[in-house]
Design a protein around this ligand. Structure first.
Ligand code: SF4
Length: 248
C-alpha cells in the first residue's frame, strides 16, 4: 500500500474511533500483564469472566503469590492451558517482586524475561500500559495487514517490522487496537464484511466479498505461520505469548 493510501487508511479509523480500547478488563499494569498472559489462545471474554473473580482477591504480585498456584488454577480453569498459565502467573509475580520491586517493567527486555511473556505480550503491555508505540501482531492484525496490503509478510515478525516501518508516527499508539478490532469484527477470517468495510477502496485483497457475510475459503484467509513452525522457531525464540485468534 502506498504512503498516501496508508495515511488515508489510518485516518479513517482515527476519525471513527479516536481512542480505541482493547477488550481485556484490568485495573493497572500488573492486572493487564496477568490478563494478557491468560489470553494466549483464549478469548478476551473468557479471560474477563475468570479475572472478574480473580481480581477480587488478587491484584498485586504479593496477593497472587499468597493465593498460590492451586487456588489460582481454580479461578482460571475455564481458560485453555490454565495449568501452564497458573505456573507462569505465580512465577512472573515472584520475579516482579524479587527483581522489579513488585512493579511491571516498562522495557521489552525485562518484560520478555518474565515467565509466559513473549514478544507479543510485551508489545501489548508496553502499548496499553505505558503508551509505547508498539504494534503487537496477533492473528487478526496479521490477517488485516496481509489482506489489505498494508504490511504483508510471511511471519508475525515480518508483519510487525513492516507495520513499524509503514505506520506514520501519529497513528502508532493506536494502530494495534484499530487493526485488531477491525480484524475481529469486520475483516474476519471467514465472511469478512467487505461491503461495509471502512477501507474497502484501499484494500488490495482480490477476494473481497460482495455481499455481507459472503464466504471465504479457509485457505484464502491469511494466517501467520503456526507456532512451532520453522519460521516461528527461528524468528520468535523462547516463549509464545499473547492472544491468539481471539485477542490480542
Ligand atoms: S475490504 Fe474486506 S478484505 Fe479488505 S479490509 Fe475490508 S473486510 Fe478486509
Amino acid at each position: 500500500m502506498k504512503p498516501d493510501a496508508i495515511e488515508t487508511f489510518y485516518s479513517r479509523f482515527q476519525q471513527r474511533d479516536r481512542v480505541p480500547k482493547g477488550e481485556l478488563v484490568y485495573v493497572d499494569p500488573y492486572t493487564l500483564l496477568v490478563a494478557v498472559v491468560l489470553s494466549a489462545q483464549a478469548t478476551d471474554t473468557s479471560v474477563n469472566k475468570a479475572t472478574a473473580e480473580l481480581f477480587k482477591v488478587a491484584t498485586t504480585p504479593q496477593a497472587m503469590i499468597a493465593l498460590g498456584e492451586e487456588k489460582l488454577r481454580g479461578y482460571i480453569k475455564t481458560i485453555g492451558l490454565f495449568n501452564t498459565k497458573a505456573k507462569n502467573v505465580i512465577a512472573l509475580s515472584q520475579l516482579l517482586l524479587s527483581e522489579h520491586g513488585g512493579q511491571v517493567p516498562t522495557n521489552r527486555e525485562a518484560l520478555e524475561r518474565l515467565p509466559g511473556v513473549g514478544r507479543k505480550t510485551a508489545n501489548v503491555v508496553m502499548n496499553i500500559a505505558f503508551g509505547a508505540p508498539t504494534i503487537a501482531v496477533d492473528t487478526h492484525v496479521f490477517r488485516v495487514s496481509n489482506r489489505t496490503g498494508l504490511a504483508p509478510g510471511k511471519t508475525v515478525l515480518d508483519v510487525e517490522e513492516k507495520l513499524e516501518r509503514v505506520t506514520p508516527a501519529a497513528y502508532k499508539t493506536h494502530a494495534h487496537h484499530w487493526l485488531i478490532l477491525h480484524g475481529r469484527y469486520v475483516c474476519t477470517a471467514r465472511g469478512p464484511k467487505c461491503p461495509t468495510c471502512l477501507v474497502r477502496d484501499l484494500c488490495a485483497w482480490p477476494e473481497k466479498t460482495s455481499a455481507e457475510g459472503g464466504g471465504v475459503s479457509p485457505k484464502s484467509s491469511a494466517s501467520p505461520s503456526r507456532p512451532g513452525s520453522a519460521n516461528n522457531r527461528r524468528r520468535q525464540p523462547g516463549r509464545r505469548s499473547g492472544p491468539a485468534s481471539r485477542r490480542g
